[in-house]
Write a protein that binds this ligand. Structure first.
Ligand code: PMP
Length: 328
């Protein structure tokens, strides 16, 4: 993956090849960090790059940091301004992914959370599709269970807990599926490896409650609102059984990286039509319009990166925009 030329590291913008951590860094050894994944969407007509719900992402970073006994070095608004500055310096005129990271930086051996130094870093990269699939995803129930709040809280985006996601994703992919369906220990549906899950059941849009070991996704919150405001379908947050998904009319996954991904098959059972259902398709369109600044009702969710004083540069390398089509 090609990153932007600059990263924010130890309080300043530095060339990305200088943003390195020592081998004894606590977070590298013990997974004691937390992070965010934010997207910025390019609008060619407006020559504008829009950060999507950046304050909500930095509020969630602060919540994750609080759980790990860390303290963000800047306010949420300052974090958003820093992010916009990073994107300007990196001259991103294409869809972009931003990764802010807070981590325990002390070079010590000893597992704990207290009495450790901490640091904040951020990089950006051109970013296309996350889950690369044509049509609808085929997913399987993982033999791994989602981390429990009593073990490693799923509501915090903790670097170390992504081993749980990686175990499930690799199992699913090496078995020929696109994504994993993760259940919590009590057998209820939690989420994908890095996406929240929705189902259309009995004319309602249903998603697991935030107390079912899921990350309280920002795309999830966005789609719940768009479902009510734009589509007019009732929404419910409740526990979901695995087999409810087999007989649901529609199922889809969503997240900042994945965006909205229809699910066509679960555990070798076709779901709904096997492709993107009606509600899923409407939400995909509504979401894409909102994030690109084409629906003015939601302009308060967007943070424009460029301004009259610092306009978007002319694209230097068009191939960059599609360079980072990675799959998880
Ligand atoms: N669940 C997990 C485990 C994730 O890693 C992500 C991606 N951040 C999501 C859900 C979706 O969250 P969001 O919509 O805020 O990106």
């Amino acid at each position: 993956m090609r990153t932007g030329r600059y990263a924010y590291f130890r309080g300043e913008f530095v060339p990305v090849e200088q943003a390195h951590v020592p081998i004894m860094t606590h977070a590298l050894n013990y997974g004691t960090g937390c992070f965010e994944g934010i997207r910025a969407h390019w609008n060619e007509g407006q020559q504008q790059l829009y950060l999507f719900r950046a304050p909500e992402h930095f509020d969630r970073l602060a919540a994750s940091a609080h759980i790990l006994m860390m303290h963000p070095p800047h306010t949420t608004v300052q974090m958003c301004e820093l992010t916009a500055e990073l994107l300007r310096r990196n001259e991103h005129v294409h869809d972009t992914y931003i990764r802010p990271l807070m981590y325990k930086s002390s070079p010590i051996i000893g597992v704990r959370l207290h009495d450790l130094d901490e640091d904040f870093a951020m990089f950006s990269a051109p970013f296309g599709a996350y889950v690369e699939i044509e049509g609808a995803a085929r997913i399987r129930t993982s033999s791994w269970r989602r981390v429990e709040d009593t073990a490693t809280p799923a509501r915090a985006k903790i670097t170390g807990s992504y081993v749980n996601a990686a175990l499930a994703k690799t199992e699913a992919m090496l078995d020929g599926y696109d994504e994993a369906l993760m259940l919590s220990e009590n057998g209820h549906v939690a989420e994908g490896s890095a996406e929240n899950l929705f189902a259309v059941i009995g004319g309602k849009l249903v998603t697991p409650a935030v107390t079912d070991n899921v990350l309280a996704g920002i795309t999830r919150a966005t789609l719940l609102q768009l479902a009510s405001d734009v589509i007019g379908i009732p929404t419910v947050e409740r526990s979901i059984d695995r087999t409810e998904l087999y007989i649901a009319d529609e199922v889809f996954l969503c997240g900042t990286g994945a965006q909205v991904v229809p699910v066509g098959e679960i555990d070798r059972r076709r779901v709904g039509s096997g492709g993107a259902g009606e509600v899923t398709s409407l939400l995909m369109t509504a979401y894409d319009r909102v994030v690109r600044g084409l629906d003015e009702r939601y302009s308060h969710w967007l943070w424009p990166v460029f301004s009259d004083d610092s306009p978007a540069p002319v694209a230097r390398d068009e191939s960059e925009a599609s360079a980072a089509k990675i799959s998880l």
